[in-house]
Design a protein around this ligand. Structure first.
Ligand code: NAD
Length: 332
């Protein structure tokens, strides 16, 4: 029997993980507490922990976990930018993740941000409820024949490109590892400069790495088409928030759709409706009429939650059996 503490646990995590935990050798204990330096002592006495995107897994916390004999970290997400992998390897803590769960869940959310910003259905919804049937200010544009730039064509980028191809967009892609599937469908791979210059819509789907941090900055924004639509459902740190605010003020950016934000760990996944938000940059973003922000919900579909729970539990089973899979284990 292994004991696993599940951090940052919401009702829906509890529901899906409990439902799929058919094994009798994994005891899951749930806490809604986020993992950080103040809360890591909760992990004492557990064989493994299960964490999510905004749990802190830096070298200090990993050292603490190792000192207290926590042997495995099961990330119930794809991205691992919040984890110091070298430190986990050094302390011989194995790490697993859920690399491929329903990429369509995030891709479809990226498309819904695009269509909402374009056709302004969020504004129309409120207007019609107030019997305001004026169309002033609601004009959009046809997606058909527009050029969409996809940065990062892994699972989610491919799923996004496929939907946009179906809408009749021309697709430009940028990725050091081009997708054969997309090339066969006639997309074009270009460098970042050309993608910025030619795209009407730019959607980010690459991981947050040292090399990709703030890849959307003053320089890249200035190279984009005036009035460009920028969509980020990947990781907040890909975008330099101050540069984007300037881009919105100058109208270089015509539309901004975010499901992620670089300082989201202070905000997202909690009800802060009675709190005074201290993040002035976030509050500034909310004042623009052409900005739409969702709180990291791209993954949040029934199908994705099922797959996340199943793969996480499978990873924990492998850990319990002293096994690992190259596909889902980052280190053993
Ligand atoms: P993936 O690993 O399948 O694909 C990532 C792609 O990015 C790869 O093809 C890689 O070659 C490419 N890439 C790496 N560096 C690049 C660079 N400098 N420029 C362009 N491309 C680069 O990952 P995925 O499953 O498609 O997920 C993409 C990202 O989406 C994840 O890293 C994660 O941060 C994010 N994500 C967000 C949510 C959400 O709920 N909003 C959910 C899941 C994943």
């Amino acid at each position: 029997m292994i004991k696993v503490l599940v951090f940052s646990c919401k009702d829906y995590d509890r529901h899906y993980l409990s439902e799929y935990n058919g094994a009798n050798n994994i005891e899951l204990v749930f806490t809604d507490t986020k993992l950080d330096l103040d809360t890591c002592q909760l992990a004492v006495g557990y064989d493994a922990i299960c964490t999510f995107v905004n749990d802190r897994l830096d070298s200090e916390i990993i050292r603490f976990l190792a000192m207290h004999h926590v042997q495995h970290i099961a990330l119930r997400c794809a991205g691992f930018n919040n984890l110091d992998l070298d430190s986990a390897k050094h302390h011989k803590i194995s790490v697993s993740r859920v690399p491929h769960y329903s990429p369509e869940s995030v891709a479809e959310h990226a498309i819904s941000l695009m269509l909402t910003l374009n056709r302004k259905t969020h504004k129309a919804f409120n207007r019609v409820r107030e019997s305001n049937f004026s169309l002033n200010g609601l004009m959009g544009f046809n997606m058909f024949n527009k050029t969409a730039g996809i940065i990062g064509t892994g699972n989610i980028g491919i799923a996004t490109a496929n939907i946009l191809l179906g809408m009749g967009c021309k697709i430009l892609c940028h990725d050091p590892q081009p997708s054969v599937t997309l090339l066969e469908k006639g997309v074009e791979y270009v460098d970042l400069d050309q993608l910025c210059k030619q795209s009407d819509i730019i959607s980010l789907h690459c991981p947050l790495l040292k090399s990709t941090q703030h890849m959307i900055n003053t320089d890249t924004i200035n190279r984009m088409k005036p009035g460009v639509m920028l969509i980020n459902t990947s990781r907040g740190g890909l975008i330099d928030t101050q540069a984007v605010i300037q881009g919105l003020k100058s109208r270089q950016i015509g539309y901004l759709g975010l499901d992620v934000y670089e300082m989201e760990s202070e905000l997202f996944f909690e009800d802060l409706s009675e709190t005074v938000i201290q993040d002035d940059s976030f509050e500034r973003l909310l004042t623009f009429p052409n900005v739409l922000i969702t709180g990291h919900q791209g993954f949040f579909t029934h199908e994705a939650m099922q797959q996340i729970a199943q793969t996480t539990l499978h990873n924990l089973q492998l850990f319990a059996a002293g096994e690992a899979e190259p596909n889902t284990f980052l280190c053993v």
